[in-house]
Design a protein around this ligand. Structure first.
Ligand code: SF4
Length: 392
């Protein structure tokens, strides 16, 4: 399944009041294949394969899994000519733009461009000098490919480390701008910038600073973030802070773990800020001394129902009726359990009262399936896949 088939809501289509995010910093828009990044485009979710790119079958399989999990742009390592040639076989089998990650050898960038890359990721500082950079830029220009200039703590030039007293946001920012300038001086401006630090606070400082100094779209990420739990937290703090300030045009969460976890974290961050929504969202109370039902089992059952729901529906499960359905008024549907009573709510209004838990749960499931079918049908009509206009 192509994951992008799932209905996705972007900020402007989300309910009012769902976002306290500051207006986006204005950046120039670049096209990565058919995905816009920067300008007024939604913040795009991306990731990187951990397969050997020469293993076409394995790489395509992983990209399909990443698409299904919500990846919108995918990057692969191109360490040698065989990997560059493999792009020609990988590209036609996938549905999202393909980015070639190049280090040290400028000829690999030319080969990758020739074999179907939609974007080149280079670090101009290690590509082999100004003449080689000019060759890569000329090739990207000819083919209409953008270039991501990616710098990180390990790539900062010695003179900048000396100037700023080491590895810090100031040296990272100047390194990124210097490298971007090498390319911009060749009259090439389809540039995306990334400045990766493994320290979330430093990443925040670096991206804040660079966003004031240029209008290139920014690829946000915390590098070497760690295993799933700690890496997701670090990334959520850094990327969430920046996105809330209107900084960032595309994100990657780098985790040591399954690729699907990276996408889950990316979409979780976007969803938490009300920037985009993909698939359903479950909110539930933490429970307290007022709890009157077995909340955990109810949450697990609703969670299981939501696995079959594709639409960006928001569902609330609350452990008592003390605070009232108004607590979940921004949820599309909700269920409130109390002593001997279960309330089914829609947008904070009580729809039905039940004395039986399972009857209430069945009613919620039926309501969700019905709402999901209508939204999916509506999306299909809008996309021109279905002609039925009898939609509520
Ligand atoms: S909804 Fe009720 S049970 Fe849940 S945390 Fe609030 S007061 Fe406690």
């Amino acid at each position: 399944m192509n994951g992008l088939a799932l209905p996705i809501l972007d900020r402007e289509k989300l309910p009012e009041g769902s976002s306290g995010v500051l207006p986006r910093h204005r950046t120039r828009k670049v096209m990565i294949g058919n995905v816009p990044v920067g300008g007024d485009a939604p913040v795009a979710v991306q990731s990187m394969c951990d397969t050997d790119t020469r293993d076409v079958l394995g790489t395509v399989k992983q990209i399909h899994e990443m698409e299904a999990a919500g990846c919108e742009i995918v990057r692969v390592a191109v360490p040698d000519t065989e990997a560059a040639h493999a792009l020609a076989q990988i590209r036609p089998q996938i549905h999202i733009p393909l980015v070639a990650d190049i280090h040290f050898d400028w000829r690999l960038a030319l080969l990758a461009a020739e074999h179907g890359a939609d974007k080149l990721r280079i670090n101009p500082g290690n590509i082999g000098g100004q003449a080689k950079i000019a060759e890569v830029v000329a090739c990207a220009k000819d083919r209409g490919l953008p270039i991501r200039v990616g710098v990180n703590q390990g790539s900062i030039e010695k003179d900048l480390l000396d100037k700023y007293g080491g590895n810090n946001p100031d040296s990272l920012v100047e390194s990124a701008l210097r490298n971007a300038e090498m390319i911009a001086d060749l009259d090439f401006h389809d540039i995306v910038l990334s400045l990766k630090s493994s320290n979330p606070a430093e990443a925040i400082a670096a991206y804040r600073s660079v966003s004031q100094k240029c209008d290139y779209p920014l690829h946000l990420g915390v590098t070497e973030a760690g295993p799933v739990k700690t890496g997701s937290l670090k990334s959520a703090v850094a990327l969430g802070t920046l996105l809330a300030e209107g900084i960032g045009d595309t994100i990657r969460v780098s985790l040591t773990g399954p690729k699907s976890e990276e996408m889950e974290a990316c979409w979780g961050i976007l969803q938490a800020l009300g920037l985009r929504r993909r698939g359903p969202e479950l909110v539930s109370c933490p429970s307290c001394g007022r709890i009157e039902i077995d909340l955990l089992s109810l949450v697990e059952e609703v969670q299981s129902t939501l696995r079959d729901i594709q639409s960006p529906l928001k569902v609330a499960v609350m452990g008592c009726v003390v605070n009232g359905p108004g607590e979940a008024r921004d949820a599309d549907w909700g269920i409130f359990g109390g002593k001997g009573v279960y309330l089914l709510t829609r947008k904070g209004e009580i729809v039905e009262r039940f004395t039986d838990r399972d009857a209430a749960k069945r009613a919620l499931t039926a309501a969700l399936i019905d709402a999901d079918a209508q939204i999916v049908r509506k999306s299909a009509v809008i996309a021109g896949i279905h002609s039925d206009t009898n939609i509520v």
